[in-house]
Design a protein around this ligand. Structure first.
Ligand code: AMP
Length: 213
């Protein structure tokens, strides 16, 4: 079964999905992570997606369908899959619906964070190029500037966390992804959780909502 984690860029979906996967044994599938892997490996998909991602725009539905299928291929019907970053528009939501019972969307959990906080989080976010650990320039910097505490890799700003790309990503969210929440609301699947506050308290709320499904 699939649980869609949705919310604006910077709402904390990736961080919370990571924690839920580690502690509860859920399977995290992130289309953003999968695409970044393609870019890193220089695959055909990565070559097409690279500049689109840097601008903060959406990669084509056709490519995303391939990426999604690839990611879901190894999941068993009994797995609880946390889907982070997909669907991002109504057509993608319909595609997901068409995958059949083994990949049924059980719930859509929306993490809510006000826009001003999203901008502060995204513009201060720093990511390790080696292991993907995330930091924040002022709230949670690495011990040695630019060096990952966990793996010693280089910590830097994602190109799509620069102000011009952040503005595009937030607009894309409002225009294309917010309607997806409405699409699922009409099916009675949406649960809302506040994404503001302490990481552990948000985690507890999310775990409660997902555990009760
Ligand atoms: P994320 O890490 O989820 O913020 O994704 C990073 C970037 O990957 C997005 O800004 C898009 O360019 C691309 N991307 C990820 N998921 C999708 C999707 N479902 N549809 C289109 N583009 C996507």
């Amino acid at each position: 079964m699939i649980i869609v984690l949705t919310g604006a860029p910077g709402a904390g979906k990736g961080t919370q999905a990571e924690l839920l996967a580690k502690r509860e044994g859920y399977r995290k599938v992130s289309t953003g992570d999968a695409l970044r892997k393609h870019v890193k490996l220089g695959t055909q998909i990565g070559k097409v997606a690279h500049s689109i991602m840097e601008r903060g725009e959406l990669v084509s539905d056709e490519i995303l369908f391939k990426v999604l299928k690839e990611e879901l291929l190894t999941s068993a019907p009994e797995d609880v899959v946390l889907l982070d970053g997909y669907p991002r528009n109504i057509d993608q939501a319909r595609t997901l619906d068409s995958l059949g019972d083994a990949q049924r969307v059980k719930a859509v959990v929306q993490l809510e964070v006000p826009r001003a906080e999203l901008i502060a989080r995204l513009s201060g976010r720093r990511v390790c190029g080696g292991c993907g650990a995330t930091y924040h320039q002022t709230e949670n910097p690495p011990t040695r500037a630019g060096i990952c505490d966990k793996c010693g890799g280089t910590v830097a700003q994602r190109v799509d966390d620069r102000p011009e790309a952040v503005a595009v990503r937030l607009d894309v969210y409002v225009r294309s992804t917010a309607p997806v929440v409405q699409y699922y609301r009409e099916k009675g699947l949406v649960k809302q959780v506040s994404g503001v506050g302490e990481l552990e308290s948000i985690y507890k709320d999310l775990r409660g909502v997902i555990g009760a499904l």
